[in-house]
Structure formats: C-alpha cells, structure tokens
Ligand binder design. Sequence first.
Ligand code: FES
Length: 154
Amino acid sequence: MTDLEEIQTFIDRFVRQGMRGALLPLLHAVQEEFGHVDPKAVPLIADALNLSRAEVHGVISFYHDFRTAAPARHVVKLCRAESCQSRGSAAIEAELSRHLGVAMGNSRKDGQVALEPVYCLGLCAIGPNALVDDRPVARIDSAAVERITSEVEA
Ligand code: FES
C-alpha cells in the first residue's frame, strides 16, 4: 500500500516546481514514482491543482496508461491493431491467455503477470507483435508464446 504522506510530499514537490495546472504530467509523475495512481491520491491531486475529484478521476479513467492498482511483476502487451490482427493476433491472444492463466486486460491474482492490449507498435510488417516488459517481440507464434511464458514465470 502506498503511504499517503509520501504521495502528498511528492505532489507538493511537483507543484512547487511550477507545474501548477499540469494534471497529466503530475499523474504520469505519480505513476512513475509509485508504480500506479492510488485512488486515495485523487483527493490530494485534486486539492493540489484546484480541480474536482471527478475531473481527476475522469482523466485517470480516460487514459488507459494510468493504473490504479500496483502493476504485475511482468507485463505482456499484445498488439490488437489491424495489421497484427490480419497476421493472427487473435489466436495468439487466446494462446497467451491460456498459457499465462490470465484474460486480456487483467493481472493474474498472484501479481506475477498482466496481459494488456496495445494498438500498433510500429512493427506492422513483422507481426503479430507484443511488448514483454517493454521489450518488443515480433512474429509471435506458438514457440514464442512458450518462450514468453517461461520468461515471465521465471
Ligand atoms: S498493427 Fe501491430 S504493430 Fe502495427
């Protein structure tokens, strides 16, 4: 659990640096520092930027990159955009989900791995593609699914 005093100190330091009014940079900074934006931080952020809690919550929920819970130890992001779909990403998604034991868009209950969608990694010609802990993996097939599974289970 994130310590609220620690979050408040971080927010105060951020605002003192002259970033007043900069909700997105502050949310990114909080997530980078604490791994996620704890829902308990929403009132602190709202107060610091003179916004309503609903405004802060709205931005957090609109942008898929913001996490409101601690991240899994490993994150597999599979491309779901058109080119990767035409190269079989739906079948790879089913295989990955089965091997990793987690449905798309979720974290496994033990916190070991999350499977998330991403929409185009700029590697369309060599799909289907994914990011495994931010490392690109191209031309994913059944063998690659097994390698990814071994890597995140280690
Ligand atoms: S569509 Fe998947 S990398 Fe572009």
